[in-house]
Design a protein around this ligand. Structure first.
Ligand code: G6P
Length: 369
């Protein structure tokens, strides 16, 4: 097992560090930047169905559901296709309205999650076209879907999902870009810029992973807190949810992820000097808004841990701690902002003596309904 961990203390840490490689493996052969082409056979072969879709329904569970939420923002922005993201377990039991003009995208690392599989069967029975995004080759979901695209993350052993999440976003972003070009909803200059941006992501993550020591120092300070709040807006709202989920899963600290603007409708009541608030405040259209959210937290004496873009000055002066990420186009920022949150949960869990790779009560693949 020590050999399998490749010199890391835990599979989770190894898998966090594998993300640059996993993302390269996921876009290899699909992203042909010099030709300006994205080639995904599951998309090419079914282009007509995908382009004629009235809407895309994304069904998934857990971390894969968070990747689906990021994809919602990306598909709508790039390809102007309406997207709904569903917990597979809710979708399948509520008699949803589905037609032949719907496309269901099922996202699953294991390809075995029972509720996601059931959502696929339901959508298929109503005539929808079903596309799978799975990591495990030949899994039940991969076999049950009409078409699909694998994430090439490699085996993920840690129960808390890390590289599966970022590779799922990568596949879905490629798909959204391909559809955007086919639909003409994105200019060719923007399209080329995005292709270039995706190619740069692995090197940026590699550089970002050097924040590990800093994140460890922050973990040291907050390892004993009973609660944590995670805030983000836009593309990074789902990252706030995912950050909170990671902390809950492996450190057993209660954490909540919230869209930053919703803070004033509830969570703000929880903020005092004992509440750490992790805020994703990277360069974006909402930057000013997030700064004012941070000011609201500060005036209530909450402890602010901010994820910012390199070169930031404003948030740096307000926050108790900042973690910098390299500059990236906003739509792809979840691929970076999620990394320090994975590391933060990891270090806190290790410091608390938790079983990081196999947290209590959780399973890697949930095959019961
Ligand atoms: C379990 C795992 C999570 C995972 C979720 C969905 O809860 O512990 O890490 O995100 O199932 O799994 P899937 O394999 O469908 O992505």
């Amino acid at each position: 097992e020590q050999i399998e961990k490749g010199g890391y203390d835990h599979f989770m840490l190894k898998e966090i560090h594998e993300q640059p490689r996993a993302i390269i493996d996921t876009f290899r052969g699909r992203l042909l930047r010099s030709e300006g082409i994205i080639k995904m056979s599951g998309v090419e072969d079914n282009m007509k169905k995908l382009l004629n879709a009235d809407r895309i329904i994304i069904a998934a569970c857990g971390t894969s559901w968070h990747a689906g939420l990021v994809a919602e923002y990306i598909f709508e922005e790039f390809a102007r296709i309406p997207v709904e993201v569903e917990y597979a377990s809710e979708f399948r039991y509520r008699n949803p309205v589905i037609s032949e003009k719907d496309v269901l995208i099922a996202i699953s690392q294991s390809g075995e999650t029972a509720d996601t599989l059931a959502a696929i069967k339901l959508a298929k029975s109503k005539g929808a076209f079903v596309f799978g995004v799975c990591n495990v080759v030949g899994s039940s979901i991969a076999r049950e879907t009409d078409a699909g695209a694998y994430t090439h993350a490699g085996p993920e052993i840690g129960v808390a999902s890390t590289k599966a999440f970022t590779t799922q976003i990568t596949v879905l972003a490629l798909m959204a870009l391909r559809l955007a070009r086919a639909k003409g909803t994105m200019s060719s200059s923007k399209y080329r810029l995005y292709l270039q941006e995706i190619e740069l992501i692995p090197a940026k993550i590699e550089r970002l992973l050097k924040v590990d020591e800093k994140v460890k120092e922050i973990a040291e300070i907050y390892q004993h807190v009973p609660n944590c709040l995670y805030l983000g807006r836009g593309f990074n709202f789902p990252v706030a949810l995912e950050g909170a989920l990671k902390l809950k899963e492996i450190s057993y600290i209660h954490a909540e992820g919230y869209p930053a603007a919703e803070m004033k409708h509830g969570p703000i009541a929880l903020i005092d000097e004992n509440m750490p608030v992790i805020v994703i405040a990277t360069d974006s259209e909402h930057y000013e808004k997030i700064v004012s959210n941070i000011q609201e937290i500060k005036s209530r004496k909450g402890k602010i841990i901010a994820i910012v873009t390199e070169g930031d000055h404003v948030v740096k002066n307000l926050a108790d701690h900042v973690i910098e990420i390299p500059y990236v186009e906003e739509a792809f920022s979840p691929l970076l902002t999620t990394i320090p949150l994975q590391l933060l949960s990891y270090h806190i869990a290790v410091m608390r003596g938790c079983n990081v790779d196999q947290p209590r009560n959780l399973a890697k693949s949930v095959t019961v309904e």
